[in-house]
Design a protein around this ligand. Structure first.
Ligand SMILES: Cc1cc2nc3c(=O)[nH]c(=O)nc-3n(C[C@H](O)[C@H](O)[C@H](O)COP(=O)(O)O)c2cc1C
Length: 210
């Protein structure tokens, strides 16, 4: 494991003057750049939540847009992350784009999106994904794969010929950040870190040591 550490040299320095006024706009730019760089899932982000016992848990979800200065994602409200977010509506998100040598971290409060917004997104999804969302009791233990496949088949038949309804237990969340850090790799571990911190109605940008 004692390999020479990689030198990050791809980008020019990240200066305070380079940042847009709103961190979400800056994040959009970096996601677009990751897409242009050919990353398979440029919107993939790690979502960290916390349980009643203080145990953090983290998993990847996809950023599916922006709402009112926040970052949106969709999931099952009754799975582990859904239950944790409903009990402790504070979370962290992390993007990492290796092809760009960039990371973004966000922290803030999380709220459910409206049913209308969730329905609008659900309607855009392929039909099989809609039935899949209906079928999965996310995070529950299942005895066999066959049991899940059989439930999927039964639901395909149940909804044949009609619209798949938006499940009560499925929808979106928005994380409205209090802090957003943009990290860009530099030589010799002296990376650039610029963090937007909410200050009343605007943002203050702080440079952090790497
Ligand atoms: C690339 C990728 C994208 C994913 N996108 C989502 C997503 O948007 N929503 C979701 O609920 N799970 C998504 N998952 C699955 C989650 O990582 C996780 O397994 C699932 O949501 C269950 O998490 P939980 O048991 O902590 O609630 C994705 C996984 C990967 C690897």
């Amino acid at each position: 494991m004692s390999q020479t550490p990689k030198q990050y040299t791809l980008n020019p320095p990240l200066d305070e003057a380079d940042l847009l006024a709103e961190p979400i706009d800056q994040l959009r730019l970096w996601i677009d750049a990751a897409r242009e760089a050919g990353m398979i899932e440029p919107t993939a982000m790690t979502l960290a939540t916390v349980g009643d016992d203080g145990q953090p848990s983290a998993r990847i979800v996809l950023c599916k847009g922006f709402h009112d200065g926040g970052v949106c994602f969709y999931t099952n409200y009754e799975g582990r992350k859904g239950r944790e977010l409903d009990a402790h509506p504070q979370a962290a998100l992390v993007f990492w784009w290796d092809k760009l040598e960039r990371q973004v971290r966000l922290e803030g409060r999380v709220e459910r999106l409206s049913r209308e917004a969730s329905l609008a997104y659900f309607r855009e999804r392929p039909r099989a994904s809609q039935i899949g969302a209906y079928t999965s009791r996310q995070s529950a233990v299942v005895a066999t794969r066959g049991e899940l496949d059989a439930r999927m088949q039964a639901n395909e038949q149940a909804f044949a010929g009609g619209d798949v309804p938006l499940p009560e237990f499925w929808g979106g969340y928005v994380l409205r950040p209090q802090a957003v850090e943009f990290w860009q790799g530099r030589r010799d571990r002296l990376h650039d870190r610029l963090c937007y911190v909410r200050s009343a109605a605007s943002w203050r940008v702080e440079r952090l040591e790497p």
